[in-house]
Design a protein around this ligand. Structure first.
Ligand SMILES: *Cc1c(COP(=O)(O)O)cnc(C)c1O
Length: 347
């Protein structure tokens, strides 16, 4: 394993930064007369939220067996991704590495921050092209490697051994996006943050926890990296409504499991039905709550579904003739399958 020296990767201006200290940082108690933050004394949502999301983090710590100091909570994973780029990558100078077809936000966030993106396409099995990746072993401008597993839009997990090889052989931070891990039935890399000081694992409340509207994302990493996150985040980045929604979601574990099981059962049924349809050429292996499906004519299928008010995600521009289909409720899935069956007969 290469030695990971955090100081060598954090941007100098971030290392030197003296962070803003907000009113709720300076006085942490919850009782008293609060005349310190220029809040309105009247109303229900009149007070600033806990800037450190203490209660939510304590619950996440219980759930994962991690320490609160190893957890960052962001305004969705999109903030978790953006802050990682701003901690480690110098604009106009550094690069990130991604493995397309994958989630688009890594590259977009990089572009916004004037960071170049090295793209190494996944191989035919939708796995990492390790020989090609290894040619960048000595590129000191690669500051973060983004691995999405299960990957969006293909749906598959990235091979665990390959991810560990990267964690061992590259000295830079490695960011594993586990937005769909709860559907995968495989072990999270959160359990490996002790072993790999360069590892950042992101998860989200948007998918398996059914809280996309609330915007709550999480990063798990060693305390020094989490400290960098805390240093540069906007002070009140997660609203009190969203913190409460996330805490409530964690307390509804029965509902969480039931919904997840329903989605997984529906997914199995959908695969069986889709694979019988002549218009379906291939269904990619999925470890998530969606499928990437190759049709004989994706553009036509997509617009015909739109005509029936069924909205899927046309990914033809990324992978030929492919549509990404999310698993919905039993009724929604039934409607989709019927629509596809009728289309076949019309041809
Ligand atoms: C949906 C998704 C997210 C979630 O982003 P949020 O900002 O937390 O809603 C993150 N990564 C991937 C790959 C996704 O598909």
């Amino acid at each position: 394993m290469k030695e990971f020296i955090l100081r060598n990767f954090v941007r100098k201006n971030i290392l030197d930064l003296k962070p803003y200290s907000c009113a709720r940082d300076e006085f942490k108690g919850s009782e008293g007369i609060f005349l310190d933050a220029n809040e309105n004394p009247f109303g229900v949502l009149n007070r600033y939220p806990d800037p450190r999301q203490t209660e939510l983090k304590q619950q996440l710590a219980l759930l994962t067996g991690r320490n609160v100091s190893e957890i960052f909570v962001g305004n969705g994973s999109d903030e978790v991704i953006d802050l990682a780029i701003r901690i480690f990558c110098n604009p106009g100078k550094d690069r990130i590495m991604v493995f397309p077809p994958t989630y688009g936000m890594y590259k977009i966030c990089a572009e916004i921050n004037e960071i170049e993106t090295v793209e190494i396409p996944l191989n035919r099995d939708m796995q990492l092209n390790m020989p090609e990746i290894n040619t960048f072993l000595n590129d000191e401008h690669v500051k973060i490697i983004f691995i999405c597993s299960p990957n969006n839009p293909t749906g598959n997990l990235i091979r665990h051994e390959d991810i560990e090889t990267i964690l061992n052989s590259f000295a830079c931070p490695v960011f594993i996006d586990e937005a769909y891990i709860d559907f995968a039935g495989s072990e999270s890399f959160v359990n490996m943050i002790d072993k790999y000081p360069n590892l950042i694992v992101s998860q989200t409340f948007s998918k398996s926890r059914a809280l996309a509207s609330a915007r709550v994302g999480i990063a798990y990493s060693q305390p020094e990296i989490i400290a960098c996150y805390n240093k540069i985040k906007p002070p009140y980045n997660v609203s009190s409504l969203n913190q409460e929604a996330a805490i409530e979601a964690l307390n509804s574990s029965r509902e969480f499991t039931e919904r997840k099981n329903t989605i997984l059962a529906e997914k199995k049924k959908m695969r069986t039905e889709l694979s019988k349809m002549p218009c379906v050429k291939h269904i990619y292996k999925s470890d998530a709550n969606f499928f990437l499906v190759e049709f004989d004519n994706a553009n036509k299928t997509y617009s015909k579904l739109i005509d029936q008010k069924i909205i899927t995600r046309n990914r033809s521009s990324v992978i030929d003739n492919c549509i990404r289909i999310t698993v919905g409720t039993p009724e929604e899935n039934e409607t989709l399958l019927n629509a596809l069956k009728i289309m076949k007969n019309e041809k």
